[in-house]
Design a binder for this molecule. Structure first.
Ligand code: F6R
Length: 361
């Protein structure tokens, strides 16, 4: 049942305020400015012993993991990184007893992720899951974890589950942070930010008409560039993946700082760039990248907290706490991919060559 929407993707994008509300519900502890994660199976003493966190997933779940790793480093000050599960599996990784492994999956059935979990378990590692489908294979084989509570996702490409997975990582990071060195004041600040998300997502969704008009222009492009820095880079990766999956327009994502090391050669009037430009300590650096692109007559669409003078168009999104901004900046780009694919007449819920869950190697 699409509940009045033309596609499941549109329905699922629209459900995000409720989905985020659901992942927060019952978990926030205002008294200690922290969150309770019932299924984690990691007591405070064990959590303090974690030296490193390694996040494994595929596709969109990997991108959510990249943001998750940044959240964990920022809020809990534990070194963390994310890697595609299949790469990890095939490179005979060093499995370290002080590292906490986190497997991320919407379906909980992705073979490469499951196989990585099984290999880690066999070597005695502790593995948590950040999973959407309750009782799925990855949920069952992990030692504990966080359910993402996005609800059923029918469209082949992931939208609401991506957002809820990132929010789940914010909860995990806050939980670990408050067991370690994150202050009560910072805990309160992040909790207040999390509580603002559903309303702010609704504000972004209300600008759909404007994004649809932009998409009509970008649907003419044969290729698009996505750039971001630090928190903005995984947002760029995910937006680029979404666009190519459903519109079949070629797209690349680069850290803005890498432009001058090669991809700048591609910039010309026929190659639009989507730039993630949050109001944070990297704002001036990001503006400099826009200037570089403009100097080569590249069209620019900025996703920012304020109008960008160098951009041809800016999608202005509401500001949250700096650590949480990435969650909001991806949402208009889901709509951009959606309306671009719609303008091109694509089969949005079932893109060619793709399956919802990849249970083979
Ligand atoms: C992207 C997409 C895929 C999945 C990937 C992992 O829109 O849907 O990239 O994210 O196949 O799937 P899960 O999260 O089910 O493990």
């Amino acid at each position: 049942d699409m509940g009045g929407h033309d596609t499941y993707m549109h329905k699922e994008i629209s459900e995000q305020p409720d989905a985020v509300d659901r992942v927060l519900r019952g978990r926030i502890d205002d008294r200690f400015s922290t969150v309770h994660l019932g299924g984690l199976n990691l007591d405070a003493r064990e959590a303090r012993g974690v030296r490193r966190i390694k996040i494994l997933g595929c596709g969109t779940s990997y991108h959510a993991g990249l943001i998750g790793a940044q959240l964990i480093e920022e809020l809990a000050r534990i070194p963390a990184d994310a890697e595609p599960a299949s790469e990890f599996r095939y490179r005979n990784p060093v499995v370290d007893p002080d590292t906490l492994y986190v497997a991320v999956s919407q379906s909980g059935e992705t073979y490469d992720v499951l196989a990585a979990v099984q290999e880690l378990k066999r070597k005695g590692a502790r593995v948590l899951g950040v999973v959407n489908v309750v009782g799925s294979a990855i949920a069952r084989e992990t030692d504990g974890g966080v359910y993402v509570h996005a609800g059923p996702e029918v469209c082949v490409v992931s939208t609401k589950c991506f957002t809820n997975t990132v929010v789940s990582f914010a909860l995990l990071a806050l939980h670990l942070g408050r067991i370690r060195d994150l202050s009560v004041a910072d805990g309160k600040r992040i909790i207040a930010g999390l509580r603002r998300l559903p309303e702010q997502i609704s504000e972004i969704l209300a600008t759909e008409g404007d994004i649809e008009k932009l998409a009509a222009q970008y649907a003419q492009a044969s290729s698009m560039m996505f750039i971001g820095r630090v928190r903005g880079y995984p947002v760029a990766l995910e937006a680029s993946l979404k666009l190519k999956e459903i519109s079949y327009i070629h797209a690349e994502a680069y850290p803005a700082s890498e432009l001058k090391h090669g991809p700048l050669a591609l910039i010309e009037p026929a190659l639009p760039t989507v730039a993630i430009v949050p109001d944070d300590d990297l704002l001036e650096k990001n503006r400099a990248a826009l200037e570089e692109i403009k100097a080569r007559s590249g069209p620019i669409l900025a996703v920012a907290h304020q109008e960008q003078e160098k951009a041809d168009h800016t999608i202005v999104v509401p500001k949250n706490e700096t650590e949480l901004d990435a969650i909001l900046m991806g949402i208009p780009l889901q709509l951009l991919a959606y309306h671009t694919a719609l303008a091109l007449g694509r089969d949005i819920d079932k893109p060619r060559n793709l399956a919802k869950s990849v249970t083979v190697e």
